[in-house]
Write a protein that binds this ligand. Sequence first.
Ligand code: SAM
Length: 244
Amino acid sequence: MNSKRTMLGRLAGLLRRPYSVPQLQGVLSEANELVRLAQKSGQTDRCGEGQRRYHIDAESAMEVQWQTLILPLLQGMDFSVVVDLAAGYGRNTVKLLEHAGEVIVVDINRECIEYCQRRFANDKQVKYLHTDGASLKGIADSTVTLMYSFDAMVHFDSDVVRAYLLEFVRVLRPGGRCFCHHSNFVERPGGTIEGLPHSRNFMSAELFAHYSLKAGLSVRQQRILDWGGYSKLDCISILEKPLA
Ligand SMILES: C[S@@+](CC[C@H](N)C(=O)[O-])C[C@H]1O[C@@H](n2cnc3c(N)ncnc32)[C@H](O)[C@@H]1O
């Protein structure tokens, strides 16, 4: 404990900011808690055999979803620098690359990043970020034109969603947009995903809009979706970082 306090004291000194040791302890424990919550969806999605099967099945459904659901909602967006958040094996990345100047593949699982590195080995437009699960550390402020996430945020804990929304505001250029596919399932509060329809975490269109607005993003459109036999289980929110 003493050595931890000394380490935090040094950190406070290094930061040259008026943080007290207890304040820093609070910041660090909040960060640890976020990483723990992020690992819940991260662990479930670890690219084992079940996940490999998901990615093969999901890839074959992609073309129809892209043409009928996704692409119409992406009309008019700037594809210069796109982030594919929680990219998995890159089935969305392939489609985004048809339009994008650059795609940054982000995922919590190193196996997914490595899979995409092999898949897009010859594509210099693709960059990679292995995230801690709640941040976009490594992507510079105001550099991204489109934040994109499909079939992944639906599983994220609401605290993780909020943390990412703050990161979206940071990395987006003014006028940049977000395409976020998230949960609209509010029947089981508490942040668990085990045993829930398609492992949807607690979230609603309204709560997502609330968090987005508080983060500083405007909500341009929300489309409620049926998913896998469940009515109104999901939502796609289109957000924008204001110009000024
Ligand atoms: C169901 S897969 C979907 C992958 C991809 N978006 C697709 O549509 O094929 C969910 C992905 O989210 C990633 N993931 C889970 N929690 C995450 C988090 N907190 N931050 C970033 N990636 C996460 C997993 O590693 C996995 O690749």
